[in-house]
Design a protein around this ligand. Structure first.
Ligand SMILES: [Zn+2]
Ligand SMILES: [Zn+2]
Ligand SMILES: [Zn+2]
Length: 254
């Protein structure tokens, strides 16, 4: 399985509009963070997690030529507003694209993007998507995919486990039942927003505590704000923990 970090930034992205902090002004490409999304590639199948606001730029940068399924973590704007870019993949593939998510997430998508799901114009005018509500583990392209419920402030949302890899973004707490679904991971990509506390996101210290409890072989922090200079923070992290950067490719070896 191959995982590509398409974006490791928080909702504002890094650099933030009109911010003159050292990270936003940095020339280091590893400090340029598009909105959070990953691509999971298994064999010849591509599974996109979320349709971030920056999807077009991410697909071009990553050389993505097809999207075989989309998994949604939750309906927040920066994780969904690239949905219209899926139209290009419909054209290339000449087929609809299945989108998976919790019933609650898919309901918000259907309400927010009526022109896609309700109005149904001429083919090609809007994305051609099918929605599939999931609450339990399911098989997709030879992978066992486990939805992992986490709390994002008051909102229960999904992280996903794909065999021995897990992607957990946008959370403030992982409930005990979900911790049990995250043992024995080879790689975990997990949110670490910033140093200061936030009501619906974890700090890097809180994220590190979860990593220490779950003990994945390799932990990679994502959904980061502009407080983290890549090089500075990387020097401070213990072995087995690292920061994501846009374009990073992780091979789990299976
Ligand atoms: Zn800044
Ligand atoms: Zn969110
Ligand atoms: Zn987010």
């Amino acid at each position: 399985m191959k995982i590509t970090i398409l974006g490791c930034g928080t909702s504002f992205g890094v650099p933030m509009i009109a911010c003159k902090c050292p990270v936003c002004l940095s020339d280091d490409t590893r400090n340029k963070r598009l909105r959070a999304s990953i691509l999971v590639t298994k064999g010849d199948k591509n599974v996109l997690v979320d349709t971030a606001t920056d999807l077009r730029a991410q697909a071009i940068a990553g050389g993505i030529e097809h999207v075989d399924a989309v998994l949604y973590t939750h309906p927040h704007a920066e994780h969904t507003h690239g949905i219209d870019e899926l139209r290009r993949f419909n054209w290339l593939q000449n087929s609809s694209i299945p989108c998976y998510g919790s019933p609650e997430t898919l309901k918000v998508l259907r309400d927010n993007f009526k022109y896609i799901f309700v109005l149904q114009g001429k083919p090609g005018w809007q994305p051609n998507l099918t929605t599939h509500e999931i609450e339990e583990p399911f098989e997709l392209f030879g992978m066992k995919i486990v939805p992992v419920e986490v709390m994002h402030g008051d909102l229960p949302i999904f992280g996903y486990r794909f065999d021995d890899f897990a992607y957990i973004t946008d959370f403030s707490e992982i409930p005990e039942e979900s911790m049990e679904l995250l043992g024995g991971l080879s790689v975990m990509v997990i949110e670490a927003l910033r140093v200061e506390p936030h009501p619906s996101h974890v700090t890097i210290a809180q994220a590190m505590e979860y990593v220490e409890a779950l003990k994945p072989k390799r932990a990679i922090f994502t959904h980061m704000a502009h407080g983290f200079d890549y090089e500075t923070v990387m020097k401070e992290l213990p072995p087995g923990m690292e920061l994501a950067y846009d374009g990073m490719v992780i091979d789990t070896g299976d």
